[in-house]
Each structure stands twice: as C-alpha cells, then as structure tokens.
Design a protein around this ligand. Structure first.
Ligand code: ZN
Length: 166
C-alpha cells in the first residue's frame, strides 16, 4: 500500500480509453486503497485509475472529506443512466493538471450505475458538486480531460499557461 505518483498532462495515458473490469482481484483492492491514500494526500476529492497509470474503468471519490465528513465511494465500470436537462458550470480542477481551474458546463444532476468493491451493483443520484465530480472522473475513464471540454480559444490560453511553466 502507498501513495502512487499522479500522471500529469500531456501524458498520453490520460487521453486513452480505459478497459472494463471483469474481475475484482486482490491487486484491485490494493489499487483502490492506494488511490484513496493518493487522493487524500494530493489533496483531492476524486481520482481515476488512469491518473496513476492503471488503464481500467475505476475511480474513487470523497466529495465531503474537506468539510470534515468522509464519504469514500469506489466506482467500478460506472455509467450514467440518466441526467437532468438543466446545465450548471463549476470551476473544475484536476490533479493531473495542477493549479489550473477551468469552467466546465455539465448536467446539474446525474444518475450513475456502477459495481462496488464487493462486486455488488450500485446506483446513485448525484447533485451539486458531487454531480460534477463523478462526471469529471468518468471522463477520465474515456480519456477526456477538462481541456477537451473547453472551446479552442480557452484551451489555447490554458495550454500556453501550462507550457510556460518550468
Ligand atoms: Zn481530473
């Protein structure tokens, strides 16, 4: 167990589509433990497996721990089964694009289905910040970053900022 290095843009693994999980193994339970340690240490509220170089459809979130309540969730093979038609914009950060906040517009509420670490099917409705978080993490499993959701002018500005860094 331990903290794993987080990949940073433009690592090509961050823009690769991840493969579904077909079996929950001990290695996967260790991976999930490491992902939580890595996320809390970063510190962040969500982390997807490809961000630590594991190209499988898994992410973890804890959208409330910074306010003092831990609500860890493990999503295996997640999918969105319903979403609200109203849209909302949040400034989203990403542990793979450190120090950059980008305004991203997404459905305000989503219903997601997934498998938990015990192999049980789960379903949940997410609203507010949690809705943005689970959609952001699901994007990672499809190789989509916040940069990919910006218009070309916004993206060029962010990329210029990033490439100006030492
Ligand atoms: Zn991210």
């Amino acid at each position: 167990m331990g903290i794993r290095p987080i990949l940073h843009w433009p690592d090509p693994r961050l823009t690769t589509v991840c493969t579904p999980v077909d079996k929950i193994t001990d290695a996967m339970r260790h991976l999930v433990q490491d992902m939580f340690e890595t996320m809390y240490e970063a510190p962040g509220r969500g982390l997807a497996a490809p961000q630590v170089g594991v190209m499988q459809r898994i992410f973890v979130t804890d959208t409330t721990w910074k306010e003092g309540e831990r609500t860890p969730l493990v999503f295996i093979n997640p999918e969105i089964t319903d979403h609200a038609t109203d849209l909302v914009t949040h400034d989203e950060g990403c542990l793979s694009i450190p120090g950059v906040l980008t305004p991203i517009t997404r459905p305000a509420e989503v219903t997601m289905r997934w498998t938990d670490l015990a192999g049980m099917p789960r379903e949940g409705r997410f609203t507010g910040f949690a809705a943005a978080c689970v959609q952001h993490e699901l994007d990672h499993l499809d190789g989509v970053l916040t940069l990919d959701r910006l218009d070309p002018r916004q993206r060029a500005e962010v990329e210029a900022t990033l490439s100006a860094r030492p």
